[in-house]
Design a protein. Structure first.
Length: 365
């Protein structure tokens, strides 16, 4: 049974890069107790072997595609509509997916089927379904309907991880139109800076994960591609010590960064900079050291050039933003996350910072 999923995922590696990137972030697991063919949540995609066995290969692929699109829209991990049952949420999610992506083999209800207008968000459809079921306009108690959303729960870290993957996608395959706009828009909401770290982590790790024929599949040997997880990413954290970020604030940030990047980023360097780089250290040592605060001006070109020459995959800059924008060298490899030390710094500088990378605000109070 699992081989059927592996065949789909291998095909997506070539034809559907976006779906491939997201499906690889979740484990595909068998669950004989559930009463729906597939469901997603809690970092996994579960399937019922008995129900899946009755599906054609084309129908199974579209069912898996449905769950991956659901994950991309983050229905299993956020935006839980108040006062809605699991059945209403699952149906509302189905309506959102079918309203934005047309399937030929896998049957999902459309808004028109239930007498609803098209183009509404997931939350609105869920509430309409809940109200219609309460009034008896839509029958409730469908077999497996509650099971379909049983794994759904608010999980901001999963949201950040998925957003990080989505923001790194260059080829969207068959995803287009309203669905693509909705997926991209779902990543733009303001998130806590701690969650931003986890999303940034996902984006720099994802660059190193790929299928390869140089490593055989555990099940089929060299007949099929295996996968490698090159968790050898290198991260540089640059601390602006010329501004108003306190020593306690920087120490706290490094502690959170140490937790966020503990898995998957084995090498993390820390530099302190003003007009130029003044201190170089590893994260482990930097967490125990004092910070050399200066009185000079800030030059963002210093950490940019240092990162460019160091072969890093990611660069995080913690600053108050009081300096001219840097020039990003041609072929600059590291992804950038700007962490502004205050809401005011974010308001003043997020515009130009967002042209070079992600931006978030560090709120310690």
């Amino acid at each position: 049974m699992r081989e059927r999923f592996e065949k789909i995922v291998r095909r997506w590696f070539v034809t559907e890069p976006a779906l491939f990137a997201v499906v690889c972030s979740h484990e595909i697991e068998e669950n004989r107790r559930m009463r729906c063919p597939l469901r997603s949540g809690r970092g996994r995609i579960e399937f019922s072997p008995d129900l899946v066995r009755e599906m054609s290969d084309d129908a199974l692929e579209e069912a898996l595609r449905t769950e991956v699109i659901r994950i991309m829209l983050k229905h299993p991990y956020e935006r839980r509509p108040d006062g809605c049952t699991g059945e209403a949420m699952a149906t509302g999610s189905d309506l959102t997916v079918s309203d934005n992506y047309r399937f030929s083999r896998f049957s999902l209800p459309s808004p028109e089927d239930l007498g609803f207008e098209s183009g509404l968000p997931y939350e609105a459809y869920s509430k309409k379904v809940e109200k219609a079921m309460e009034n008896g306009a839509i029958p409730s108690g469908r077999t497996g309907a509650e099971d379909a959303s049983a794994l759904w729960d608010d999980d901001p870290l999963q949201v950040a991880l998925i957003n990080g993957i989505i923001e790194g996608i260059k080829d969207w395959g068959s995803l287009s139109g309203n669905l693509l706009e909705s997926v991209k828009a779902s990543t733009s909401a303001s998130i806590d800076w701690r969650k931003a770290l986890y999303g940034f982590r996902a984006s720099i790790i994802a660059m190193r994960r790929k299928l390869t024929r140089m490593r055989p599949s555990r099940r089929t040997g060299f007949a099929n591609m295996g996968s490698t997880r090159g968790f050898t990413s290198r991260l540089l954290i640059a601390l602006d010590v010329s501004g108003s970020v306190s020593s306690d604030g920087l120490s706290y940030f490094l502690g959170v960064a140490n937790s966020a990047f503990r898995y998957g980023v084995p090498e993390i360097d820390v530099i302190q900079f003003e007009a130029e780089v003044t201190v170089k250290d590893t994260l482990r040592h930097a967490m125990r050291e004092t910070f050399a605060f200066g009185r000079g001006g800030t030059n963002f070109q210093a950490p940019i050039d240092y990162a460019a020459q160091g072969g890093y995959d990611g660069l995080i800059i913690i600053t108050d933003g009081e300096a001219p924008p840097p020039t990003i060298p041609e072929g600059f490899r590291p992804k950038i996350l700007w962490v502004c030390e205050s809401r005011e710094a974010y308001r003043r500088n997020s515009g130009w910072m967002s042209l070079t990378g992600r931006v978030c605000e560090m709120r310690l109070k």
